[in-house]
Design a protein around this ligand. Structure first.
Ligand code: AMP
Length: 369
C-alpha cells in the first residue's frame, strides 16, 4: 500500500515514521526546497495546483491524505475524482474559512463565541454594536498561529485594525476571557467506528502552541462527554475519515469551539509516547479502513514544542520519561523544529519534569537563538 500525502512538513514526516512499521510506503507532494520528509520518502516537488504533478501522484498511490491545511482545496478535489482522498476535501473547504467553520458549529449546536461576518467598515461597526468590545477581528482565510487577527479593546483600535485587515473578508468574534484552551482529537475509520483521545490542555505563547498536557485536569465527565458528542456530530456531518482536531476555549467549565483542523494536529503529538496508539498511526489506520487502535492515555504526558532553537539532546534525554522528536529543519526564529514528550505515572511527577525540561530548554537552547 502506498499513501500519497499533500504537504511534506513535520506532520508528514511523523505520518511516514508511523506508517513504516505497518508496511506502508509514502509519496509526498510539496513545492518547498527542503522538506522534513526528504531522506525518508520520495517527493514530487511541484506546486499544489500543478495538475500534471497531482495526476502523477494519483497514478502512483492507493489513497491520498493531506497534512497541510492551506493546500488549495482544488488539489484534493481534483485527486478525489481519481482515487480515495481522506479526510474529505469538503472538511478542508470548511476549515479554511473561519466563517463557514463557525456557521457549521452553530448549525450542529456546538457552542461558539458570538461572531459575525464583516465585509465592509459599516458591517464592522454593525457587528461591534451587537458583539461589543473587547472583540477579535480575524481574516476568514489563511490565518494560523495567531496571524491575521487583531484584538479590539477600545474604540480607538477599530480603525487601525480595519486598515490592517480590511482588504480581506473578515469575521468579528467576541473576545473570550478563557481560563485555558482545550482540544480534542477524534478519529473515524473508513470502515465506520470513531474513537476519541482524552481532552488536552494547551498553552500558547506568541500565538504558537507552547505546551500540551494530557489528559487535561479538572474536567467533569459531563464536559468530556459533551465535547466527544460535538466531535461526533462534526464527523457525521462531514462524512469524515481520519483524525480531526477541534480547539475550544474553557470559560470556567463552559467550552466554546474556536476552530477545527482536518488533519493530525500539534496538540496530539503527546500520543506518540503517551497513548496506546499515536494519532499518526490511527490516522493511517482510519484512511486505510483498518481497525483503530486504543486512544487511552498511558499515565499522563506533556508535550513541549521546540520553537526557533533546539536544546542539548543529552540534557533532554537525561530526564526520565523524556522522548525527543526532531523534524530535521534548519533553525529559524518562530519555526517549530521539534518537540519533547514527557511521560509520567502521575501529574505531580509530570509537573516537576516539565519544570526541569523548561529549564533545560531555557539554558541550552538560548545561546543559539
Ligand atoms: P486562532 O488562530 O483562532 O487559533 O487564534 C490564535 C489564538 O488567539 C488562540 O489560541 C487564542 O489564544 C487567541 N484567540 C483567538 N480567538 C479568540 C477569541 N475569540 N477570544 C480570545 N482569544 C482568542
Amino acid at each position: 500500500m502506498r499513501v500519497g500525502v499533500l504537504g511534506a512538513g513535520q506532520l508528514g514526516r511523523m505520518l511516514a515514521l508511523a506508517g513504516y512499521p505497518l508496511g506502508l510506503e509514502f509519496l509526498f507532494l510539496d513545492p518547498v526546497e527542503d522538506a522534513p520528509t526528504d531522506g525518508l520518502a520520495d517527493r514530487i516537488k511541484a506546486p499544489f495546483d500543478d495538475r500534471a504533478a497531482l495526476d502523477r501522484l494519483a497514478a502512483a498511490v492507493d489513497v491520498v491524505t493531506y497534512e497541510f491545511e492551506n493546500v488549495p482545496v482544488e488539489a484534493p478535489r481534483h485527486l478525489a475524482t481519481w482515487i480515495p482522498v481522506f479526510p474529505p476535501p469538503e472538511a478542508l473547504d470548511v476549515a479554511q474559512d473561519r466563517l463557514a467553520e463557525k456557521t457549521m458549529f452553530r448549525r450542529l449546536g456546538i457552542p461558539t463565541p458570538a461572531f459575525a461576518a464583516v465585509d465592509s467598515h459599516a458591517e464592522l461597526l454593525d457587528a461591534l454594536s451587537s458583539i461589543g468590545l473587547p472583540a477579535v477581528l480575524k481574516t476568514r482565510r489563511l490565518g494560523y498561529d495567531g496571524k491575521g487577527q487583531r484584538v479590539l479593546r477600545e474604540a480607538s483600535d477599530i480603525d487601525a485594525a480595519w486598515q490592517e485587515l480590511g482588504a480581506a473578508p473578515l469575521i468579528l468574534e467576541a473576545f473570550v476571557p478563557f481560563k485555558r484552551e482545550i482540544s480534542v482529537l477524534a478519529v473515524r475509520s473508513r470502515s465506520g467506528p470513531s474513537v476519541f483521545y482524552p481532552l488536552v490542555e494547551n498553552e500558547h505563547r506568541g500565538g504558537i502552541l507552547h505546551r500540551s498536557l494530557a489528559p487535561a485536569a479538572n474536567l467533569s465527565t459531563a464536559t468530556t462527554q459533551a465535547v466527544d458528542a460535538h466531535a461526533a456530530h462534526l464527523l457525521d456531518a462531514l462524512h469524515y475519515v481520519g483524525v480531526l482536531a477541534i480547539e475550544f476555549f474553557d470559560l470556567d467549565g463552559t467550552l466554546l469551539a474556536n476552530e477545527m483542523a482536518p488533519r493530525v494536529h500539534n496538540s496530539g503529538h503527546w500520543t506518540m509516547d503517551g497513548s496506546e496508539t499515536s494519532q499518526f498511526e490511527n490516522h493511517l489506520r482510519a484512511i486505510l479502513g483498518w481497525p483503530l487502535g486504543g486512544t487511552e492515555a498511558v499515565g499522563c504526558a506533556a508535550m513541549l514544542n521546540l520553537v526557533g532553537s533546539v536544546p542539548s539532546t543529552s540534557e533532554v534525554l537525561s530526564l526520565p520519561g523524556a522522548h525527543l522528536h526532531l523534524y530535521g529543519k534548519e533553525p529559524r526564529a518562530g519555526r517549530k523544529l521539534g518537540h519533547v514528550n514527557l511521560c509520567a505515572d502521575d501529574p505531580r511527577t509530570l509537573a516537576l519534569l516539565v519544570q526541569d525540561l523548561e529549564r533545560i530548554i531555557e539554558q541550552t537552547a538560548a545561546p543559539r537563538r
